[in-house]
Design a protein around this ligand. Structure first.
Ligand code: GAL
Length: 139
């Protein structure tokens, strides 16, 4: 696992949280992951995993020591060495994922207590140009 970025957010997530990642896929990439983790145990609340070998995006959670049911995104908008932006925005019910400002999926929260989600991590084959974490006003 090649760690590209990691940030701890001790107060945890709340509705309105947004992560905006700008980056590019290097040549000969296999996969990358954006993980939203619960630092105090080994849960992964949201695993967002584009796989270039399968041209598929796999989303899942790791709870109670096992992976749950996968949710797959039907289109695969990534091209090698083409810059893109991913925004993962959390509201009360979902992680909403936008790629280049098009919504590609809503992932219903499986960890309902958002404040237990305290770490964001990006791993493997991605070149990050910027990563912004903000809390938007929630109306
Ligand atoms: C597994 C893989 C994990 C994770 C999981 C998601 O096969 O080893 O890294 O991607 O699928 O369901």
């Amino acid at each position: 696992m090649a760690l590209q970025f990691e940030a701890s957010c001790p107060n945890g997530l709340c509705p309105g949280w947004s992560v905006i990642l700008k980056g590019e896929i290097p040549a000969e990439a296999n996969k990358f992951e954006i993980n939203f983790l619960c630092e105090h145990d080994d849960r992964i609340a949201f695993h967002f995993n584009p796989r270039f070998t399968e041209s598929d995006i796999i989303c899942n959670s790791y709870l109670a020591n096992h992976w749950g049911q996968e949710e797959r995104v039907s289109n695969f908008p990534f091209g090698v060495e083409e810059p893109f932006q991913i925004e993962i925005y959390s509201d009360n019910d979902n992680f909403n994922v936008y790629i280049d400002e098009t919504m590609v999926m809503q992932y219903k929260h499986r960890v309902e207590e958002l404040k237990t989600i305290t770490k964001v991590q990006v791993v493997n084959d991605i070149t990050i140009s910027s990563l912004e974490i903000t809390k938007k006003h929630f109306f």
